[in-house]
Write a protein that binds this ligand. Sequence first.
Ligand code: ADE
Ligand code: ZN
Length: 324
Amino acid sequence: MRDFLQRLPKAELHLHIEGTLEPELMFRLAERNHIALPYADIDEVTEAYRFRHLQEFLDLYYQGMDVLRTPRDFHDLAMDYFVRARNEGVMHIDMHFDPQAHMQRGVPLASVMQGLLSAVRHAERTLDLSVGLIMAFLRDRPVAEAAALLEQARDYWPYLSAVGLDSAERGYPPGRFADVFARAGELGLARVAHAGEEGPAAYVREALDELGVERIDHGVQCMADEALVERLRREQTVLTVCPLSNVSLGIYAAVTEHPLPAMWEAGLNVTLSSDDPAYFGGGMLSNHLACAEAFGWGKSTFLSLGRSAISAGFMPEARRQTLL
Ligand code: ADE
Ligand code: ZN
């Protein structure tokens, strides 16, 4: 099964590039940029990565990315992950990135974009990997800041596939960002949002109705709302589900408790992703293996999930045809 899952052509639709920062690279970049880390060694980092909920993770996630300062740092971060993912059979990645988390600490948007775009070009040339870019807004920051970022990113609009919405969910309903998402739609960008990760099923409905999103990141809390499940099934809305992430953040006690089998049985358009692989115990292959073990899924289920993700990825049609 491991061989099959590794070779299976996979598209990862929900991946935060800042969440791929492995402790080894964090130490290397800290040294290069003369930054003191709050950890003595890699064991201390691993020890710190025990989260009871989303906010505990976010605190360390925003702290960890402080080592990213220059275009070269962002390039190295992304290439480091692209190589690992490609070795796990990942052929396409829709990659979230969080500009506000960098700009807030004085790193210019241009540094982030130059580094990420050069890595994407390099990966497309040398790794046979395609990459879509999702510029994410932090929902726990002011709406006006998100609106300003979208305008400030004008030079990069042609390189973006979509806008997204992430960070702390509870108490930050998606509808607040309706105008920003409407503007992104006018610009021809696709729209996705995290909803129903820790927050209620109502946020999933709100993201669909008020933000016009075509995909929901996570969405697992929809299972508490029968009418919503029926709607998601009817509309075949893509849900980018991240089982190891959900378990790491205490949403479920174990993968065996995860609602993925019930979501699949309900006819929902689920796909598998890793979210923040450096923090949650592994990438695409680990997530697939965990599902195989916990749910007893066979090859045909994984083939079908893989095709769903490839069908929904932000990639040129010609590329999609080579992967299907
Ligand atoms: N940013 C990075 N990972 C996230 C997650 N799992 N939920 C919300 N925001 C995030
Ligand atoms: Zn996420």
